[in-house]
Design a protein around this ligand. Sequence first.
Ligand code: THU
Length: 138
Amino acid sequence: MVKLSQDEKKALIDLANEARRRAYVPYSNYPVGAALRTKSGRIFTGVNVENASYPQTMCAERVAIFKAVSEGELEFEVIAVVTNNGGSPCGGCRQVMAEFGLDTVVLFGNGKGELVKESTVNELLPEAFTPKHLVVDK
Ligand code: THU
């Protein structure tokens, strides 16, 4: 698991909080921002993008992860997630995080830009179903 300084954590929370302003949330009015840092040091942000057909909404974390993967990045160190109230990543996003590694650090931030909780994917999704479960012994 990556060791992060307070400055590094704060920088990611700030980026996620800034991205949050671009959240498209006409239905929930609950903007979420994410900032994902890859092992190669690139940073991808994401916001939640809602839809008039509600289930088509996409969470901020997954937008950030899919942006990274679509740019060829598959190894992540840390993802910061910022909501007004320090809310927790949903189960679907935890599963998508788990696909790319259980050691990824997850930082929770609030609307004031404060770090309210720090965890890992492994802690957030114990007993995760991961790619290794699809490898069948012959
Ligand atoms: N949302 C996220 O973006 N990430 C999460 O982990 C939890 C929920 C979004 C989806 C929807 O646009 C709004 O928050 C309210 O559920």
